[in-house]
Design a binder for this molecule. Structure first.
Ligand SMILES: NC(=O)c1ccc[n+]([C@@H]2O[C@H](COP(=O)([O-])OP(=O)(O)OC[C@H]3O[C@@H](n4cnc5c(N)ncnc54)[C@H](O)[C@@H]3O)[C@@H](O)[C@H]2O)c1
Length: 354
């Protein structure tokens, strides 16, 4: 089995690479451009493995993608490379259009060219898993959950770019017969997450005694999934999913943002007592423009077809995550010092780039 993972130096892609290599018998080619969010330190446990190799390349570079397909000859592509941070998409959308839409188009075309030249049995077995988000479905009110047939209604430049990519992926399945599968997952958290996202940002700010910024009143609800549960689901979908189908992935772990932040504070009060509760650092700040109120995933299809279940509850997963950040300052310290120090992103202003 030979698998191309795009975006394998990112948060979820690195978890997929680590999981695939740990299974044995799978050769992995990680293709990543190494943007600010890509970090080869997340692959330290696999980068010496004979089955793992890395190619620094842009998925929007057609010649590089054609060459990678011809040289590596994959049985499967797991496409995770993306610009992934909503706040950054508000401050500047161009990279999101370039990578998430044009990059996906280039990769689909490179995959189609390679797949058309395969023998019948190899072509039949080939899979292209396009990894997407529940944010393409828009926002829910207090009730209900997104299913695979929920219509798309994206609100941010990020989710709109992912929605466009999903439409391209499903069109390549319907028009050209490319064996594409799409997955739409809820918010992930866990080890190796870049410290601009809510959970690592709160953990690290709390450790440093800095303000814990909560958007609006913190009442927005997200459905949290531990990253290793997501990686396992993606590998299951790539191996057993039906071409042309979509699969929602989620952990049935809905939490309000303010409750997530308070929970992290309680864990840190226990593991790193500071004399006074960490909750005192909570600061309510201006809300994100167009902030979706609630996301919730109905993962019944994935659970029913493959028996997949999230193994971590939010409580067990968040405890593991906080402990991981406490034990792995070597990983996050250089990012905090040199790449992103925790400043506010994503407010609409005249300086916002196109
Ligand atoms: N993080 C979440 O909660 C979440 C939830 C559901 C779906 N997703 C999707 O999962 C995928 C991975 O998300 P993540 O959180 O790991 O993102 P991330 O930002 O941590 O990692 C993205 C990776 O893609 C690479 N990359 C960016 N542009 C590239 C390009 N043009 N060519 C090659 N590589 C490029 C980056 O260097 C980085 O290593 C994305 O497609 C995202 O939309 C994320």
């Amino acid at each position: 089995m030979r698998v191309i993972v795009t975006g394998g130096a990112g948060f979820i892609g690195s978890a997929v690479c680590r999981d695939l290599i740990a299974r044995g018998g799978i050769d992995v080619l990680n293709i990543d451009k190494l943007t600010y969010a890509g970090n080869l330190a997340s692959l330290r446990t696999v980068d010496g493995a004979p089955a793992y190799r890395f190619l620094r390349a842009d998925v929007a570079d057609r010649a590089a993608m054609d060459e990678a397909f011809e040289a590596f000859r994959p049985d499967c592509v797991m496409h995770l490379a993306a610009e992934s941070h909503v706040d950054r998409s508000i401050s500047g959308s161009a990279d999101f259009i370039e990578t998430n839409i044009r990059g996906t188009h280039v990769l689909l075309e490179a995959a189609r060219r390679y797949w058309s030249g395969l023998s019948d049995d190899k072509a039949e077995a080939f899979r292209f898993l396009h990894v997407s988000t529940d944010e393409v479905y828009g926002s829910l009110c207090a009730d209900g959950a997104f299913t695979e047939t929920t219509s798309y209604d994206p609100n941010s430049p990020y989710s709109a770019s992912k929605a466009a990519a999903d439409h391209l992926a499903s069109a390549w399945a319907r028009t050209y017969g490319l064996p594409v599968i799409i997955s739409n997952c809820s918010n992930n958290y866990g080890p190796y997450q870049f410290p601009e996202k809510l959970i690592p940002l709160i953990i690290l700010n709390a450790l440093e005694g800095r303000e814990l910024p909560v958007y609006g009143q913190g009442l927005n609800v997200r459905d949290w999934l531990y990253v290793e549960d997501h990686a396992r689901a993606l590998i299951e979908i790539a191996a057993r999913g039906r071409p042309g189908e979509k699969y929602n992935v989620g952990g049935r772990n809905e939490r309000r943002n303010i409750d997530v932040v308070r929970w992290i504070c309680e864990i840190l009060d226990r593991l790193r007592p500071d004399g006074v509760p960490h909750e005192r650092l909570i600061t309510f700040v201006a809300d994100r423009p167009g902030h979706d109120e609630r996301y919730a995933i109905d993962a019944a299809k994935l659970e029913g077809e493959f028996g997949w279940r999230a193994e971590e509850t939010f409580e067990t997963g968040i405890e593991k995550t906080v402990r991981w950040y406490l034990a792995n300052e070597w990983w996050w310290r250089p990012l905090r010092d040199k790449v992103y120090g925790g400043e506010r992103l994503g407010l609409v202003d005249a300086d916002a780039k196109g």
